[in-house]
Design a protein around this ligand. Sequence first.
Ligand SMILES: [Zn+2]
Length: 137
Amino acid sequence: MSKRPMPQFFEPDTQSFWDATKEKKLLYQDCVDCDEVVFTPRAHCTICGSDKLVEKESKGEGTVYTYSVVRQNRNPAFADLGAYALAYIDLDEGFRMLSNVVNVENPLTDVSIGQRVRVVFEEQEEGDYLIPLFEPI
Ligand SMILES: [Zn+2]
């Protein structure tokens, strides 16, 4: 259980993404007109501006593009975490997302660029939306 800050719902562009987290699904979008992968979810394609975007479910596996270890976060929601790895994850479907690498003994030594990871969903103290995080495969 965690108490991370959450969006204010209803959230027009990302509501379906968050709804899918309740079923432990990680969604991204594909543009029908130009085939571009779009993330984070939005109303229009970031390349061609089309509004013909379809949602797809990611397998939730990818690679650590880069990361940093936060040793201390004074935000009360993160204070109990101790040191944690903040990372950009390149998902196999072709989008990049900012998240944490969790379930490692020591984030200073157990996370690396190029490391294979898979999504895990973290329950929150309030609400039933889950936060997508990543752990080593
Ligand atoms: Zn497009």
